[in-house]
Ligand binder design. Sequence first.
Ligand SMILES: C[S@@+](CC[C@H](N)C(=O)[O-])C[C@H]1O[C@@H](n2cnc3c(N)ncnc32)[C@H](O)[C@@H]1O
Length: 250
Amino acid sequence: MDNREVVNDKVKPYKKQDSKTNQLREMFNTISKDYDFFNNLMSWGLAHTWRKKAILWLKGSDNSVLLDVATGTADILILAEKYLQPQQIYGIDISEEMLKIGRTKLEEHHLSEKTVLEVQDCANLQFKDGSFDTVTIAFGLRNLEKLSHSVEEINRVLKTGGKFLIVEVNEPQRGVLAFFYKIYVRMYVLFAARLLSDDKDAYKYLTQSMHFFPQGKALTEILTPLGFKLEKYKSFTLGVCSAYLFEKTN
Ligand SMILES: C[S@@+](CC[C@H](N)C(=O)[O-])C[C@H]1O[C@@H](n2cnc3c(N)ncnc32)[C@H](O)[C@@H]1O
């Protein structure tokens, strides 16, 4: 394993001294009731399609015990149950308020008994080594403050040969799309902040955090020395979202 620590704390929600993780806990607790609506609005309703396309990549693998990291309001867990039927399902997140909404949704889908949702930080997972066949994370990786340390934790709790599926949004880098996307994001942030709540900082954070986060080859180069091999990569909708399927090698 590589000893270089990759810290992902250039963009934080608020102008405070507190750690990014603590600020994110506060932010997601504040916006939890609006999160699903906001996420759909921001992705033109495509977030569900992107999650589903990526989850379907796991069909045919052993997904008996599955963990969704930064599970938020539990959408990945609902899709995993529908398409992969794991025997046991776990979800962790730092925000209790996001998990509360997730619990309600799991109840509506009659999944409460099969699912364990817990407040945990990905940088310090409370599971034994090799507990999971599959780990997933959707729109969560760019939020992880201790990025390489968190990925090492994911590696630790996965079985060798286990799958790690990532879905993450990207900022288009070049060309006409990048130009219009920046204008769209600014207008959107103003609109969302007015419509949904007065926590303008939260909506700014969610869009600005895309700007600094590595994508494609750069992200793969962070994960490879941490014990993962890329099996599949695809970007969706003109590169606005990407999915990566890694296998744990050691
Ligand atoms: C953008 S939301 C994504 C929620 C969900 N996965 C989805 O598909 O919509 C990001 C989530 O990451 C969580 N999060 C941020 N830092 C975390 C950490 N260090 N460990 C676990 N969860 C974290 C937040 O609380 C939030 O619920």
